[in-house]
Design a binder for this molecule. Sequence first.
Ligand code: FAD
Length: 584
Amino acid sequence: MDANMQGDAHLNARTRRAHLEAMAREPLDVLVIGGGITGAGVALDAVTRGYRVGLVERADFASGTSSRSTKLLHGGIRYLPQFDIALVSEGLHERGRLLRNAPHLARPLAFLLPLYDSSRKPVGLPVAPPFGIGLTMILDIGLWLYDRLAGKRSIAPHRRLSRAETVRRMPGLTEKGVKSGFLYYDGQTDDARLTLAVSRTAVMYGALVANYAEVTRYASDEDGHITGAYVRDTLDGDGTERVIRARHVVNASGVWAEANDHLSGGESHLHIAPSKGAHLVFTRERLGLGDEAIVLPETDDGRIIFIVPWLARALVGTTDTGTSLAAPPVAEQDDIAYLLNHLNRYLREPVSIADIVSTYAGYRPLLRLKKGEATGKLSRAHEVVEREDGLVTVAGGKLTSYRQMAEDVVDHLEAREGKHQPTATGALRLQGATRWPESRELFFQRAAEMRLDATVAEHLVHAYGDEALEILDLIAERSALGERLIPDLPYLRAEVVHACRAEMALTLEDLLARRLHISLEDRARGLGVAAEVATLMAQELGWSEEERVARLAAYDKYVRAEAGPLAGLLPPPQAAAKSVTAHE
Ligand code: FAD
């Protein structure tokens, strides 16, 4: 174990309060705004370089874009035709690091790329080779380059497939017009849990973190230099505001970075151009999907669509449309129609709205610097910008490249301090993987002794890594906690207790949408078990009956808003309310 590691990273309502008080009591070296993957990464990098760090998130960890991605760890094959080699190479190297540093949360995934007679400009090729001549060779060279750019972190070399093998590997897709195919490799993760694991790793090294804590304005000295921020407690509208002092304030608030740049008035130095990406969720069976992802090679707007096996389900996405930030992102009618239309061009048996299990959408934080105002340009994919008053903003990038983004931010702070200490995060094991693979072996041994279902055991070890053993401890203490919440999903009641005790889950949404993923994987988006989960949470968090009912109503509202145009297919609120009594 690392000598600088201070240990316990169990987070809950009590530690949240204690962390907020500690942040306000003594000035920090670094205050990070935003508990998405970028902010979490910055907190971890800074704390492991010896800074006293605090991170505040106005809603829940990963509730912004970082729980709404396609969940791929990749360089991005579609950036190859754009010759964005630096971006692809960075992503592939970070993919490799994550597979090593968080083996419980990151795993290799095979991708099947079928080629059809009709394929003209697959994978976003800018021009179509005449009569398709040489197309296979071009893709072969591109994928060879993709393998090479990963260097020693390559998962496995890509392969060219015959027509017969391509068809055999995609039973749900039409074989009409299939010419051949390719198999290549990338990575996959659980974005929300990865964000949590990075935040908790920062806590293991001494960082202070709090969700439901919003920066409302900056604190400055007489010269106008930023010296901290005012932070409002947003849980339950409590509204307590604290001033947190810090030598460096880092704005890592993703798509809201421009709005947070404006907080102290004046003209913003940034321009965020948000782009919405939507996904549809199906059962794997309905799409005939096994353990390999499929790339639908071509869309009308020159992009690709992935069909990705994720947990018990299949994700289909994504779209890419310019948008405003006026409302939380939702898969609207147009997004659903676009994805269904493209998917049905390839499926053997077309799907309809009735087959959709759930939908979700997110805003990509694309950064555009205003002319002449950049103080730092670290790569084409993300930017670190410093204002005259000292606010440092990081924006752009991808989930996969969060560690590199964080390294660049803290290098920037180091330069400000006249120091040049290198990052330690390149080979740093994340929370859940510090005792891996020994903990994994021990877990499976104990799981077998307790006769735990194999699917449940697989789920627990991947979601929690080392801490999966703590779930077994809970079940050993109270056997009722070993029961599933929903028959066809592997989530256990014990996980609700664990999320309250160790993962700072404070609302039903935190629990059902991000600690567990029931709101994505269940057709009723968890409304059927919300009452049971609320009862368990009430016991853990000391909610009154009034509060429990209010929490249920808030979850119901969240689910209906997320479902957007499909909200009408959800069980009516009365049915959800009825199940409150049924489960009690
Ligand atoms: P966010 O996750 O949005 O975090 C910013 C946080 O700041 C939010 O939680 C917000 O609540 C908080 N905040 C805002 N204002 C304040 C304030 N005043 N005080 C306190 N907190 C505040 N990348 C990949 O590598 N692989 C993929 O497969 C992939 N797929 C994607 C698919 C889609 C549809 C989208 C939209 C993006 C995808 N990405 C992918 C990109 C990736 O998801 C994002 O780059 C990444 O999650 C952004 O993280 P972030 O921390 O910068 O922003």
